[in-house]
Design a protein around this ligand. Structure first.
Ligand code: PRP
Ligand code: URA
Length: 205
């Protein structure tokens, strides 16, 4: 299932992210902002539990997040750019890492690293800014699922119809949160209109 972020601020930020004149320092700030909006959207149904407190006026029972409900798994390298907003708003978040790199000729993702915290019984958000062919996302979700996770969602900034279809074919029940659903892939499997190579723009490479 696809969930496209619908917010005027998201439209504003993503337009500046796409702009080829946007330099890496600004690109990183915009990446933070759009990811913060996505993080809020993707965690709407996190579990909470009651907590008795006293306000300066009287006792009451509020609600707080269940202890350590959330795991994020950035796909290296570009996914690292989406990590900080989650760390800032979810103090108990755990972080796993999956290293994948697309071959420049075939666009097939090669796995080079994986380190995950315990994932069973927790909400796992795989985070990667670009969902192009879907090869990287499917590989990462496979890894997380093999580690015992059952509650998994994918958070991307720009998605292609091809990538959404690929994820849906392999993981039909999984929700994808994205800020933009673009037109298609080009012959080199880059997203159109897209924003180019996210990792290169993020890190100035
Ligand atoms: C980019 C992006 C995704 C992947 C998407 O990473 O960050 O991980 O491509 O493409 P796909 O859906 O066709 O698999 P890349 O492989 O360029 O590595 P990087 O993050 O190290 O730049
Ligand atoms: N990876 C990117 O960084 N950009 C694309 O358009 C496709 C894959």
């Amino acid at each position: 299932m696809l969930h496209v972020l619908d917010h005027p601020l998201a439209a504003h930020v993503i337009t500046h992210l796409r702009d080829k004149t946007t330099r890496p320092a600004t690109f990183r700030t915009l990446c933070y902002q759009i990811t913060l909006l996505l993080a809020i959207e993707a965690t709407r149904d996190l579990p909470t539990e009651p907590k008795a407190i006293e306000t300066p006026m009287e006792p009451m029972t509020g609600r707080v997040l269940t202890h350590q409900p959330l795991v994020i798994v950035p796909i290296l390298r570009a996914g690292l750019g989406m990590m900080q907003p989650f760390l800032d708003i979810f103090p108990d978040v755990s972080v796993g890492y999956i290293g994948l790199e697309r071959d420049h000729t075939t666009a097939i993702a090669r796995s080079y690293y994986s380190k995950l915290p315990p994932v069973a019984g927790r909400r796992v958000l795989v985070i990667d800014p670009m969902l192009a062919t879907g090869g990287s996302a499917v590989k990462a979700i496979d890894v997380v699922r093999a580690a015992g996770a059952t509650d998994i969602a994918l958070v991307s900034i720009v998605s292609s119809p091809e990538g959404v279809a690929e994820v849906a074919q392999h993981h039909p029940a999984l929700v994808i949160y994205t800020a933009a659903l673009d037109r298609c892939l080009n012959a080199k499997k880059y997203i159109l209109p897209g924003l180019g190579d996210f990792g290169d723009r993020l890190y100035g490479t």
